[in-house]
Design a protein around this ligand. Structure first.
Ligand SMILES: Cc1cc2nc3c(=O)[nH]c(=O)nc-3n(C[C@H](O)[C@H](O)[C@H](O)COP(=O)(O)OP(=O)(O)OC[C@H]3O[C@@H](n4cnc5c(N)ncnc54)[C@H](O)[C@@H]3O)c2cc1C
Ligand code: FES
Ligand code: FES
Length: 1340
């Protein structure tokens, strides 16, 4: 029968009429050849053919917050949803930072097909990976769709505000959207569900606790103090306005859209978008997909499902293909069949797999379901698991054999078969290992077939161990599948499966060991020994990012762990716990502080006044600002060598790209301008070139700027600039190499000497020498460095910069462009985190942006991605300490001779790295000699990072104290107590202590946390467990707060019309809540309500000559400025007031205005240049547990007794303390910057292998207490600073781990002292435990 012709108009739903029975239906089935479809009538069963005259849409349609959008070839097919949302400031609440799935600031919810429920459901996804055209048919909700202060907050946003879950606010929208997605799929979550879900977004500020508390308030098992009164599921739906796409106001009656206005119909319609660079094809049936594979199988094509593979391997970017085929709408590939065999479709997401295995985990015929569900929960993050399919994961393994795919390992462990079709419909069913060898050109994985088991003797376990628990690729992963007979001493009944990932690209099965074990009794110690020996020979790790020696050791340990688990009855009591991992319980914690209600709003705990705006994505950061018309985008081109000279630069290819406007190099700096981004006034004339004029000092140094009409083009063009180098030398990038090569900077600082340390050490009863090291830290501000420059109409420049130091940016922009400083205006309202990284480093970014803008005479924006940010800008300084200590029998310190090697980079402009000021921490030592050796290396000049100098110094001191205690074989707390400072003693900076209560603080803390009993319990635990160890560490802390240089110009303005007050304080709010504190203080001083007061942005106009915000002191000094300004104002108003009878504030203001009183006050804080203004005296203790076999650790409990003076706002200060501590945990434990020693490049720039803490890194019990009744006579309104001291106390986390390692080493027969350098990664921990396979037995 000839095909029935049917005219399918674009955007229409095709309606077919059966030629036999005339029933009409939508053609969901059929096979496509040359536009001819075959179809079986759903009504009468008649088979007929039809030809689609025009059956394909040329655009993709979706809704965002209820509003429909249609997009087509005006966008390149590689455009992501994130780019679409953020372009032109459209929906800027959704942020972007890493663009590789690792930071999670880009989360939105989208409707995805939920195959188990067979309907569309809302899921959270990473918008930076989701392709725009892949959104066809989806409903997308962004933060703007939930709520805002104008129309009312969504319940999740309200809870965030209530719990103070936002500091800088850059992660906040994503946190809210993640919870929204969870509640949409699971309206009754438990607190564990929340902790599992919150693995997608990094928060660098809060320490997560308040965010988790906010989210747990929605949980069915929330603790009473968190639980919300009633959770009405209706409340959780986004109420959206169809017109605006924003939260519904209810004003335009009848227009409020609900999600029922679905784009679902689009699902059944194929799409073909022909772009200028590539084609996007969306088949809607398997037949169409196969036809496309047949047509394009040999072209440069790629299938697209979640597009998350691009996050792992950027080379698979959609931009690199001619044809992109979206498989998401092929419904047959969502199949789920459990009868008679398990067949699962290739379009099932990782989340779907998890759901299926979780639901079947007690089914005896699927003995692997429990292990698989637990394992999948830790693959990638919730956002990625929701959008990525398992078939895509396998294809990554196929394309990149070294990829340690978890999915491959799991499926291979049970002998899964893959069902693969080619374009002709030829079906093959292949094993997983055969799949790796198969040519996949023109083929698609349509399903997998999993086995069921009818015996109960199958023992399947899988393992994944990485640098961090959540969202972290494995160092090594493993899966074991044995059929065992427990009655026959665990006889291995058939050939077992031993799989190890992360070892070698070519070897996953460890067949020699599998063969050896077949038929043998695994419970026999000799068999175990034999197996380990063969496995040890078989494991030959290939070089890789992670240490091969550790990977081998870990792989052996995982095998042993498996054996201990399945044969636990064979193991002695002390060995049994080696068979399990570290088990976590949900995080609980307390926050304890006092307030003075009589002084409210001063000392009143309250969230930030801006919190409702931060939680709803309304607040803007630099990159959110739309900018003037004609805005261009600049991207720096970086050097890829660490030492040498530029030879040639060829930007011709880049300049040919459509949209590229210019390439600028050093010679383009205008006459009168200077090629130096270090403000001459601030750096004593020191020079660091803005763009290299030839010499290359570090890999990552800027050598040019690409300017284009959009960010994506600028990025792509920057990669096309060809640079060659000459005089290339091997760079020095390690402290050890610098020392070995005697690469020191001249003129080091004078040694710091107190008494005669050498003599005191020589004469002391005991002497020790040692060495300890700590590495760099990347600030990981979630808002990366950004700047927007716009030339003014009078030859000047307006600058919006993400800087902690406006005045410095002002200087550098003027200097680079040859302008007067008064021609430049710099301003900023808030930062998405700073942590010291935006004190000087934004000068470079602003200098580059200003150069581009100045040269082109057009507005230009620069917003670095994380890779560029990490490579180009400086980091926290790395140090090595060599020491000699003299002490008495009680461990009392008599003399310390310290050699500090500071890795400051290629020049001394910014620092020499002297850290003596905090080196004493809390301990008195009468004799000191501290010699600083600044090392010259090929790195960006090290810069401030939250608690710079103090963090390594305090870590070093605590490590030295531990060394003394171990030498004397004494309790380390006793040694600490013997040395604690008391009043009247002089510190290392020669300050005589006045208000020191360290001894009391330590004693009280020990009583509060039941320290002695817990120490005894831990000793017992360690005795009872060979492969799990615990450690407890106590950290006293004395921290000097310096106000030096804290100069801020405060403006206070009173408006006569209504008496409202505006303040511009000159500091930068980067999450610490400075604006809220300033308002509290102003309200307290003027005795007016807080809502009469507003804080304005800081700028070089209102706040000229203000110095940097940092060092935890800006809040208090800005408050000091306000106190003084209020006093000046009150003095001016006093005569008017005296002539009135008890006037209201408004009456007084009105009268003052009429009396021509100047109600604009300016005051500049200029604190005395003391070495420290005051000290904080605190204590913390932390308990760790380690898995000796793998080196993993977790923290069971952390308690801090912090000295905050009289906190102006304990809720904000608590957030700072908790957040500071967690950032410190990252520094001491997992955050390691790794350099390529040949090129000098940072090889883990980005989120893939650089891992700041995530929620499950928090101690399970997390208790913070502010000391009561501790007014600070030397502070502002009796308060003390908070974040930096708390960060330094995270040394305790490392020491607790160290104590646990000591216990493990003692069992292995190693009692000698060892140093534990920071960061103490699981790799270091495992290796330091000194276990060998000889110890891998069933125990005695
Ligand atoms: C931040 C992050 C963390 C991650 N962590 C982990 C981890 O811990 N462990 C782990 O195992 N993985 C991890 N991954 C990898 C992730 O699981 C994969 O990226 C994902 O499963 C790929 O699925 P996708 O749907 O996004 O595939 P896409 O990116 O859309 O496609 C990837 C490749 O698969 C091909 N493809 C897709 N579907 C099919 C099909 N049906 N048939 C044939 N070819 C197909 C495509 O052509 C493409 O070549 C991580 C990824 C990210 C971004
Ligand atoms: S920007 Fe999407 S995860 Fe980082
Ligand atoms: S509040 Fe989370 S990153 Fe700043």
């Amino acid at each position: 029968m000839p095909p029935v012709g049917i005219n399918l108009k674009a955007h229409d739903t095709p309606q077919l009429s059966c030629p036999l029975c005339s029933a009409s239906h939508v053609p969901l089935q059929g096979s496509l050849t040359n536009g001819v479809y075959a179809c079986t009538c759903e009504s009468c069963g008649h088979f007929f053919k039809f030809k689609a005259v025009q059956n394909v849409r040329t655009s993709a349609a979706f809704s965002v917050n209820g509003k429909k959008y249609t997009v087509g070839n005006e966008y390149p097919p590689s455009t992501t949803l994130n780019t679409f949302l953020r372009r032109n400031g459209f929906l800027k609440g959704t942020k972007g930072m890493c663009y590789e799935g690792g930071c999670g600031v880009c989360l939105v919810t989208v409707t995805l097909y939920a195959p188990i429920l067979m309907q569309q459901m809302h899921y959270t996804v990473n918008s930076c990976l989701l392709e725009l055209f892949a959104c066809d048919g989806m409903e997308i909700t962004t933060i703007e769709g939930l709520g805002d202060p104008r129309h009312g907050l969504h319940p999740i946003q309200e809870q965030m505000v209530k719990h103070d879950g936002e500091q800088c606010g850059y992660c906040t929208s994503s946190m809210v959207m993640n919870m929204y997605g969870l509640l949409k799929t699971n309206p009754k979550p438990t607190v564990s569900d929340v902790e599992d879900q919150f693995d997608a977004t990094v928060c660098r500020c809060t320490g997560y606790r308040p965010i988790l508390d906010a989210m747990k308030s929605f949980c069915v098992d929330a603790p009473p103090h968190l639980k919300r009164a009633v959770v009405d599921i209706e409340d959780l739906d986004a109420k959206l306005c169809k017109k605006t796409g924003n939260a519904c106001t209810g004003h335009c009656h009848g227009d409020a859209a609900t999600n029922s206005d679905s784009c679902e119909n689009q699902m059944s319609r194929p799409v073909h978008i022909v772009g200028s660079t590539a084609q996007w094809l969306k088949p809607t049936s398997l037949e169409e997909l196969l036809s496309l594979l047949k047509t394009h199988g040999q072209d440069n094509y790629r299938l697209v499902f979640g597009n998350t593979g691009f996050g792992v391997y950027p080379k698979y970017s959609a931009a690199n293909y001619d044809i992109l085929i979206d498989t998401r709408h092929v419904m047959t590939m969502y199949g789920i069949d459990f009868d008679p065999v398990i067949v699962l479709g290739g379009n099932l997401s990782l989340h779907n797999l998890w759901e299926l295995f979780d639901k079947t985990k007690t089914d005896p015929s699927i003995p692997y379901a429990r292990a698989f569900s637990e394992h999948i929960k830790y693959i990638a993050s919730s956002g990625i698991r929701n959008m990525a399919c398992w078939a895509g994961n396998l294809m990554l393994k196929h394309l990149e054999p070294s990829f340690p795919s978890d999915i491959f390992l799991l499926l291979e462990s049970v002998g899964t078969k893959l069902i693969i079709l080619d374009g002709n419909g030829n079906r093959s069913e292949v094993t997983m290992t055969d799949f790796l060898k198969l040519d996949m050109k023109g083929k698609v994985i349509v399903a997998m077939a999993l086995p069921t088991y009818d015996t109960k003797d199958i023992y399947i376990r899988t393992y994944k161990r990485g640098l961090r628990l959540q969202q972290c690729v494995a160092y090594v992963n493993a899966a074991f599948n044995f059929q065992l007979d427990p009655k026959l001493n665990y006889k291995v009944k058939s050939k077992p499966t031993i799989l190890l990932g992360g070892i070698s690209a070519s070897k996953i099965h460890f067949t020699a060991t599998e063969n050896y074990l077949t038929g043998k009794a695994l419970g026999d110690p000799q068999v175990l020994k034999g197996a380990l020996k063969i496995l040890e020979e078989e494991i030959k790790p290939e070089p890789g990012f992670f240490n091969p020696y550790y990977r081998k050791s870990l792989a052996l340990s995982l095998f042993y762990k498996y054996v201990l688990d399945v044969c636990k009855v064979r193991a002695s009591a002390a060995y049994v716990s080696g068979g399990t991992g570290l088990t976590r319980t949900p995080i609980v914690g307390t926050q304890d502080y006092g307030t003075k209600p009589e002084e409210y709003p001063l000392t009143q705990p309250m969230p930030k006044t801006i919190a409702p705006y931060l939680t709803s994505g309304v607040s803007q950061y630099v990159d959110d600002v739309v900018g003037p018309p004609g805005l261009l985008f600049a991207v720096p081109v970086l050097s890829t060598i660490g030492s040498g000279n530029l030879d040639t630069i060829d930007a011709s290819q880049a300049l040919e790209m459509p949209g590229v406007v210019a390439f600028l190099k050093a010679s383009d700096i205008p006459s009168g301008g200077v090629n130096n981004w270090r403000p001459i006034g601030l750096f004593n004339g020191g020079v660091e070139e803005l763009l290299s004029s030839g010499p290359i000092n570090y890999a990552g140094q800027p050598i040019g700027i690409i300017v284009a009409d959009n960010k994506e083009t600028a990025n792509a063009a920057a990669a096309k600039v060809k640079v060659t180098y000459k005089n290339v030398k091997k760079p020095i990038v390690t402290i050890e190499d610098a020392i070995k090569q005697k690469s020191f900077h001249p003129n080091p600082p004078q040694p710091w000497a107190i008494g005669d340390a050498k003599k005191a050490i020589a004469g002391a009863p005991h002497q020790i020498t040692g060495q300890i090291k700590c590495g760099e830290q990347y600030h990981f501000h979630m808002e990366t460095q950004s700047c927007l420059c716009a030339p003014t109409d009078d030859g000047g420049m307006e600058v919006l910069a993400s800087t902690q130091w406006l005045d410095g940016v002002l200087e550098v922009v003027a200097q680079v462009l040859g302008l007067q400083q008064s021609q430049v205006t710099v301003e900023n309202k808030r930062l998405g985190g700073g942590f010291g990284g935006k004190i000087t480093q934004n000068f470079l970014v602003s200098g580059l942006c200003a150069l581009a803008s100045g040269c082109l005479g057009l507005p230009v924006k620069m917003h670095l991605d994380i890779h560029t940010n990490m490579k180009m800008c400086a980091l926290r300084m790395a140090y090595l300490l060599g020491y000699q200590i003299g002490f008495d029998d009680n461990g009392k310190l008599l003399g310390i001779n310290a050699d500090v090697y500071s890795d400051i980079g290629f020049s001394t402009i910014e620092s020499t790295g002297a850290i003596f000021s905090w080196l004493d921490n809390a301990y008195f030592c009468p004799n000191w000699l501290v010699t600083t050796h600044p090392l010259k290396t090929n790195k960006a000049l090290a810069t401030a990072c939250r608690a710079p100098g103090s963090t390594p110094a305090i870590f070093f001191m605590e490590s030295m104290i531990e060394h003394v205690a171990r030498y004397l074989n004494k309790d380390e707390v006793a040694v600490r107590q013997a040395n604690l400072y008391v009043n009247g003693q002089k510190t290392i900076t020669l300050r005589t202590l006045q208000y020191c209560n360290l001894k009391d603080v330590v004693q009280k803390h020990m009583t509060d946390v039941n320290y002695k009993q817990r120490q005894a319990d831990i000793a017992q635990f360690n005795k009872n467990n060979r492969w799990k160890k615990r450690g407890l560490a106590l950290m006293p802390n004395m921290f000097g707060i310096s106000w030096s240089g804290g100069t801020y110009t405060t403006q206070l303005m009173v408006y006569h019309g209504d008496g409202s007050v505006a303040i511009a304080h000159g500091g930068i709010d980067m999450g610490q809540g400075i604006n809220t504190k300033v308002m509290q203080v102003c309200a307290f001083e003027l005795k007016i309500p807080m809502d009469k007061i507003r804080v304005k942005k800081s700028s070089t106009v209102n706040n000229a000559n203000s110095t940097t915000s940092g060092g935890s002191i800006t809040s208090e000094l800005a408050c000091q400025g306000v106190i003084e300004a209020c006093a000046i104002l009150q003095k001016r108003m006093a005569p008017v007031k005296a002539a009135m009878h008890d006037p209201s504030w408004e009456e007084l203001v009105k009268k003052c205005f009429e009396s021509e009183i100047d109600m604009t006050v300016s005051y500049m804080t200029a604190p005395k240049n003391l070495n420290f203004q005051y000290m904080t005296f605190s204590a913390a203790s932390i308990e760790a547990e380690i898995d000796v076999l793998t080196g993993q650790y977790q923290f069971r409990q952390m308690d801090m007794l912090y000295d905050c003076g009289e906190s102006m706002n304990p809720e904000l200060d608590m957030g700072q303390a908790e957040g500071g501590f967690i950032m410190g945990m990252g520094y001491h434990l997992t955050e390691e910057v790794v350099y390529d020693t040949n090129t000098g490049e940072i090889i883990n720039a980005g989120t893939w292998n650089y891992k700041p803490p995530m929620p499950k890194d928090l101690p399970m019990k997390f208790n913070f207490k502010f000391q009561r009744n501790r007014p600070n006579p030397l502070g502002v309104l009796r308060s003390k600073a908070v974040a930096e001291p708390a960060l330094t106390m995270a040394s305790g986390a490392l020491l607790a781990v160290k104590h646990a390692i000591e216990a493990a080493r003692a069992d292995a027969g190693h009692k000698e002292y060892f140093a534990l350098d920071a960061p103490a990664t699981p790799e270091k921990v495992q290796l330091l435990c000194m276990s060998s396979t000889d110890d891998f037995t069933y125990g005695k």
